[in-house]
Ligand binder design. Structure first.
Ligand code: MN
Ligand code: MN
Length: 365
């Protein structure tokens, strides 16, 4: 898998970008091309691709070199100790006649860029990120296996937490209880700060969990995810604490229907915007259009938010390999909000797989 990816990268660098070397520094991209997942913190960490020779060289902090050597699929390793200047090492390793570099322009810092420029004053720079982003769109079954593991932990954790939930707990206490379950089940980390929002707080699509005590009659919205081997899940479910009102039930059923319509609309060859429109049209028809204030979904994988963006103007076509969320919501200020979020995979055969399985039926807890 990694050899194949590297081959495609080198071919692109050679024939499309026409560069001499690529310097890939985003840890997620280094993982994507080598199988080595590592957070270097502030230390220098980069995959150097020599386009002419087709050789790869991983610049890795000395303290991580043993682990890197046991995992990373590269031709050579270049350990860098804390007392060394990584740019001196780069100067020694990069071929002297290299004048064109592919870098990640949206990731590399100005400081890093200036140091590279100081070492290679004549160099020209091109951006390799759009290509890698395109490559990452097509998820392989091996990648989906990790996503499924992440989803399984997410859903089991939610089920376990609900068994111990009691009105009177604060949002932060529910958050802690949920995160405890997720960690006990093997989550290697949380995909983002877990959202536990209740009552009027649930009307804030990106609110912050607080000391608010959850009480009877509240919506309880939970939006969270975990990662396993670098791959993320992202799910939202909304419950009602105790007995709900007619108005709450009405809003809930509209969001559920919008979620289902959007899922049904996912079809190979159709534009991505049709998925957003399916949910949006339904919510508008029911009179809540002004309360659905965000796009219907986003890609996920090595990042919890990545391409493609599922919004109402995106003309990109639905192709096999896409993995994305569908998460319509209705948020009524001062009243409360409902969001229902699933993770959808378009498999190699073009079949639509809904990877999330947690029930979406109106549930009073
Ligand atoms: Mn989410
Ligand atoms: Mn999401």
């Amino acid at each position: 898998m990694y050899a194949k990816r590297q081959k495609r990268l080198i071919s692109y660098l050679k024939t499309e970008l026409n560069v001499d070397v690529a310097l890939i520094m985003l840890p997620v991209h280094i993982y994507y091309y080598t199988g080595f997942l590592s957070n270097p913190h502030e230390r220098f960490f980069a995959l150097l691709v020599d386009v002419t020779s087709g050789k790869t060289n991983l610049f890795v902090p000395s303290l991580d070199v043993e682990e890197a050597e046991s995992v990373a699929k590269v031709d050579a390793f270049q350990p860098i100790s804390d007392s060394e200047d990584p740019y001196d090492v780069l100067n020694k390793i990069v071929p002297k006649d290299a004048n064109t570099f592919a870098i990640e322009k949206n990731y590399i810092t100005v400081g890093q860029f200036e140091k590279i420029q100081a070492v290679f004053p004549k160099a020209k720079f091109d951006n390799v990120e759009p290509f890698i982003q395109q490559e990452r769109l097509r998820k392989l079954p091996e990648e989906i296996e990790y996503v499924k593991q992440a989803i399984q932990i997410t859903e089991t954790g939610l089920k376990n937490m609900l068994e111990t939930f009691k009105p009177g707990m604060t949002e932060l206490q529910v958050k802690a209880a949920l995160e405890y379950e997720l960690t006990m089940l093997g989550a290697q980390g949380l995909s983002f700060d877990t959202l536990v929002l209740s009552g009027e707080n649930s009307a804030l699509p990106h609110g912050t969990s607080s000391q608010r005590k959850i009480k009877e009659g509240d919506f309880l919205l939970l939006d969270f995810g975990v990662h396993v081997n670098g791959y993320h899940s992202d799910i939202t479910r909304t419950f009602i604490v105790g007995k709900g009102t007619e108005e709450q039930k009405k809003i809930y059923e509209i969001v559920k229907m919008a979620n289902e319509r959007a899922i049904e609309s996912v079809k190979i060859g159709e534009p991505l915007k049709s998925v957003d429109q399916a949910a949006r049209n339904l919510i508008e028809e029911k009179g809540y259009g002004n309360y659905f204030t965000h796009r219907v979904g986003h890609g996920l994988g090595l990042d919890v938010h990545e391409a493609p963006s599922i919004h109402s103007e995106n003309d990109e076509i639905i192709n096999p390999g896409l993995l994305f969320t569908i998460e319509p919501g209705i948020y009524v200020p001062g009243f409360g909000g409902v969001r229902i979020e699933d993770n959808i995979y378009v498999n190699k055969e073009g079949k639509i797989e809904v990877l999330t399985t947690f029930p979406k039926t109106w549930t009073e807890i």
